[in-house]
Design a protein around this ligand. Structure first.
Ligand code: SF4
Length: 424
C-alpha cells in the first residue's frame, strides 16, 4: 500500500540514495511548475500520503515554501550547502564533504544520509564515527557498489567490524546511536526493504510518476503514469518480495534491495547483483557479532541470535552449492506443489504433481514500460545472461538465466496452477 510520495521539486535535487543525478551536471534548474506542484499536493492529500521533498534549496521561491509548510505530514531532504540548521530536515552528505563536518550542528534528533564514494571506503570507520557523534541516526549509502571487487569487499568488512566494535562500546555506555547498516538488522524480524513502487512513488518536475528518483533522473521513458491518469505500473508484481526468487529466501532484513541498482546491474528489477547480496551479508554478519557482544544488556538480551551463515550470496542456496532450508521445502528437498522447472527451446515446462504444463515464454515487461515501447534499459549497460551447461551440473549463470525465465512466466504459471487446484 502506498504510504508516501517523493516529490522532486527541481532537476538539481541532490541524490539521497544510490542513483546519481546526471542531469544536474548541466546546471540547469528546472523547477516544477506551481500548478503542477499544487496538483501534486492535492493528490497526496487525497490519498493521505506523507511527502518527502527533494530539491528544497536556498533559491526556492517563497510561494513554494509556503505550500510546503502548509502540508502537515512532510520531510525535507536537504544538501549540506542548503542546511539551515533545522534538525527536522534529513541532511544529505557525500563522503567527499567529510571535512565540512564541523559545519553541522550536533543534534540527538538529527537524521543524516551519508553517501560514501568508493575511494573513501578504506576510511569508512573514521568517517562514520565522526558523523555518529553529530546525529541520532546515520544512514549509509555505498556508491558504485556494483563495481566492488573482492579486495573492496574485504576492506568493507574490516571497516564494518571496526564500526561494529565502536557501536557496541557506545551501546554499553548507554548511547544508542543508530547506524542503518548495522543496527537495523539486529532489531528487524522481517524484510524492511526500500519498497519503491509499492510503499512509495516519485513524482518528477514534469508531473509524471516514476518508480523512484533514479528512474526519473537517469532512465528515459520510464514514467509510470501521471497526475491526470494516475499511477499505472505494469507488472507491478515484479517489484514484490514474493516475486523475487533470491531475495524471498534471504534474511538480510535490512537490505535495501534496490530495484534501480538491480536494473542497472542485472537488467532485472527483481534480481540483485552479487555485490548487493555480498555487502548486505557482510553487514548482517557484523550485526550478528555485535548482538553476541551485547547479549548481556537490555533490550538485546531478549533478541534472538542471528544465525551464522557460511555464504554471502543467497544464489548459492538456490543453486544447491550450500544447503539451507527454503520456505515450503520438505525433508526430501523438494518444494511442495511445484516440483521441477525445465527450460526448453520455446516453452517453459512446469511439473505440477502428476501434471506437465507447457507454457510459452513471455516477453517481460519492465514496470512502467508499455509492451510496445522501447526498453528504458536502452541507455543502461546491456548485459546478457550467458547460459552454459556442463554435464549434469548447472553453473551459476545457467541457474540465474533459468531464474530469469521463471520470472518472465511467473504470473502465467501462478494463474494456471490456481486454476488447476480449483482455487483452493
Ligand atoms: S542480500 Fe541479496 S537476496 Fe538478500 S534481500 Fe538483499 S539483494 Fe535480496
Amino acid at each position: 500500500m502506498l504510504k508516501y510520495l517523493i516529490v522532486i521539486l527541481n532537476r538539481n535535487a541532490p541524490s539521497f540514495c544510490y542513483y546519481e543525478n546526471r542531469k544536474d551536471k548541466t546546471g540547469n534548474q528546472e523547477l516544477m511548475p506551481m500548478d503542477t506542484f499544487k496538483t501534486v499536493l492535492d493528490f497526496a492529500l487525497s490519498k493521505n500520503l506523507s511527502i518527502n521533498f527533494l530539491g528544497v534549496n536556498k533559491s526556492l521561491p517563497d510561494t513554494y515554501r509556503e505550500e510546503i509548510n502548509q502540508y502537515k505530514n512532510h520531510v525535507k531532504f536537504i544538501s549540506l550547502e542548503n542546511d539551515d540548521g533545522d534538525t527536522d530536515n534529513i541532511l544529505i552528505i557525500n563522503s567527499s564533504q567529510k571535512d565540512m563536518i564541523k559545519d553541522i550542528k550536533t543534534s540527538s534528533f538529527r537524521n543524516i544520509i551519508l553517501r560514501v564514494e568508493k575511494e573513501h571506503l578504506k576510511d569508512l570507520f573514521s568517517i562514520v564515527q565522526s558523523f555518529l557523534y553529530k546525529c541520532k541516526r546515520l544512514n549509509l549509502c555505498l556508491l558504485d557498489a556494483s563495481s566492488y571487487d573482492m579486495d573492496d569487499l574485504k576492506t568493507y568488512k574490516s571497516e564494518l567490524d571496526k564500526t561494529g566494535n565502536f557501536l557496541v562500546s557506545e551501546y554499553k555506555a548507554g548511547n544508542p546511536v543508530e547506524f542503518s547498516f548495522l543496527t537495523d538488522r539486529i532489531l528487524l524480524n522481517k524484510m524492511n526493504n526500500c519498497n519503491a513502487g509499492i510503499e512509495h512513488i516519485t513524482v518528477g518536475t514534469d508531473g509524471n510518476f516514476y518508480i523512484c528518483p533514479g528512474f526519473f533522473h537517469n532512465v528515459e521513458n520510464s514514467a509510470v503514469g501521471n497526475l491526470k491518469d494516475g499511477i499505472k505500473i505494469l507488472n507491478q508484481q515484479l517489484l514484490q518480495l514474493d516475486h523475487a526468487p533470491i531475495c524471498s529466501i534471504c534474511d538480510a532484513f535490512h537490505c535495501k534491495r534496490c530495484i534501480y541498482v538491480n536494473k542497472l546491474s542485472t537488467c532485472e528489477v527483481n534480481t540483485p547483483s552479487y555485490q548487493q547480496c555480498a555487502l548486505s551479508h557482510l553487514e548482517r554478519d557484523t550485526s550478528r557479532i555485535m548482538l553476541t557482544k551485547l547479549k548481556e544488556i537490555e533490550p538485546f538480551n531478549v533478541i534472538p541470535p542471528i544465525e551464522e551463515l557460511d555464504y554471502v550470496d543467497p544464489l548459492l542456496v538456490l543453486t544447491g552449492k550450500v544447503k539451507k532450508k527454503m520456505p515450503g521445502e520438505q525433508p526430501d528437498g523438494k518444494i511442495s506443489g511445484k516440483e521441477k522447472i525445465n527450460l526448453k527451446d520455446s516453452f517453459i515446462t512446469v511439473k505440477d504433481h502428476d501434471r506437465i504444463i507447457k507454457l510459452p515464454r513471455l516477453k517481460q515487461v519492465i514496470p512502467g514500460q508499455d509492451a510496445g515501447r522501447e526498453e528504458p534499459g536502452k541507455q543502461l549497460k546491456e548485459q546478457k545472461i550467458v547460459r552454459k551447461q556442463t554435464g549434469d551440473e548447472l553453473d551459476t549463470e545457467t541457474v540465474k538465466g533459468l531464474l530469469l525465465e521463471i520470472l518472465k512466466t511467473q504470473k502465467r504459471i501462478l494463474a494456471v496452477l490456481e486454476k488447476g487446484s480449483g482455487g483452493q
